[in-house]
Design a protein around this ligand. Structure first.
Ligand code: PAF
Length: 282
């Protein structure tokens, strides 16, 4: 496995290949990331993972400085599953000058849910992802693929939308969320939880499953969502949203669309200092 840090090194390593399959990450890899890399392995002639903690997608009060940087352990995990190239640029390598050109995704998709509670988040994500696509996927003549986890469901939808609107010749593949035995979605941020919080953390996925079931049974959706938030917060959480949306555009479903399915229930809530997100398609 090659570990490269600069864009020229990456391009040289990719020169012999035609169909890169790419998994962008911020490192601190868990089994969910590794499953995405395994998925990518069947999709191209070279598998590339990037590891870059992208300052642009963090607000000043968020955890950019403390986000775990674990390149050695991450590289061992990637080598063990046969990843071919790891692109781990420094900030200077990826942003040698202040990134003045930024990608502003459409507000109706990107300023709701995560984008509402983390203003600017999807500008940072789209900007770095487009730049990483340019570095990893611009070469080659075969099909180019990038794999994103469904755990960050809105991110996956925003990236799909960007690729479609900008006519990028890249297929975006969604990877299923991996869960711990108790049902907690795997996330790098689970490492911030105390033992007591970790035992409690499954309540978020339980609240989402319960809300999905209630939404299918009928009743006023806004009222069901408000009750779900109240019930979770009664256990000491501070919830940003628990909501049922259409899968494709993340807008609220009409009554007929609720009957037809193709929905997703999404949530974000804070337990102590740790903000967790999760979702289920149903
Ligand atoms: O999902 C993530 O880890 C990040 O948002 C991504 C896609 C690597 C961009 O920094």
């Amino acid at each position: 496995m090659h570990i490269v840090h600069t864009i020229p090194e990456l391009r040289a390593a990719l020169a012999a290949y035609n169909a890169p399959a790419f998994v962008p990450t911020m490192g601190n890899l868990h089994d969910g990331h590794i499953a995405l890399v395994q998925q990518a392995k069947g999709l191209g002639d070279v598998t590339v993972a990037s590891i870059f903690v992208n300052r642009l997608q963090f607000a000043p009060h968020e955890d950019f400085d403390t986000y775990p940087r674990t390149l050695v352990a991450d590289s061992e995990k990637l080598a063990a599953v046969g990843c071919d190239i790891v692109f781990a640029p420094s900030e200077k390598d990826l942003y040698p000058e202040p990134q003045g050109y930024k990608v502003h995704p459409p507000t109706e998709l990107a300023d709701i849910l995560e984008g509402h509670f983390r203003p600017g988040f999807f500008v940072g994500v789209c900007t770095v992802v487009l730049k990483l696509f340019q570095c990893v996927l611009a070469q080659g003549t075969g099909p180019r693929t990038a794999v994103f986890g469904k755990k960050d469901y809105q991110q996956l939808m925003v990236i799909r939308n960007m690729v479609r609107q900008l006519a990028l010749p890249i297929e975006i593949v969604g990877g299923e969320t991996r869960r711990a035995d108790d049902g907690l979605a795997l996330s790098s941020r689970n490492g911030y939880l105390s033992a007591e919080e970790r035992a409690q953390a499954v309540q978020l996925s339980q609240a989402l499953r319960a809300l999905a079931g209630q939404a299918l049974a009928g009743g006023d959706l806004a009222a069901l969502e408000a009750q779900a938030v109240q019930a979770l917060d009664a256990h000491g959480w501070q919830t940003d949203y628990l909501t049922v949306r259409r899968r494709g555009d993340l807008q609220a479903p009409t009554a007929e669309q609720r009957q037809a399915g193709e929905l997703v229930v999404l949530g974000a809530s804070r337990l102590g200092k740790t903000r967790l997100i999760d979702n289920f398609e149903f």
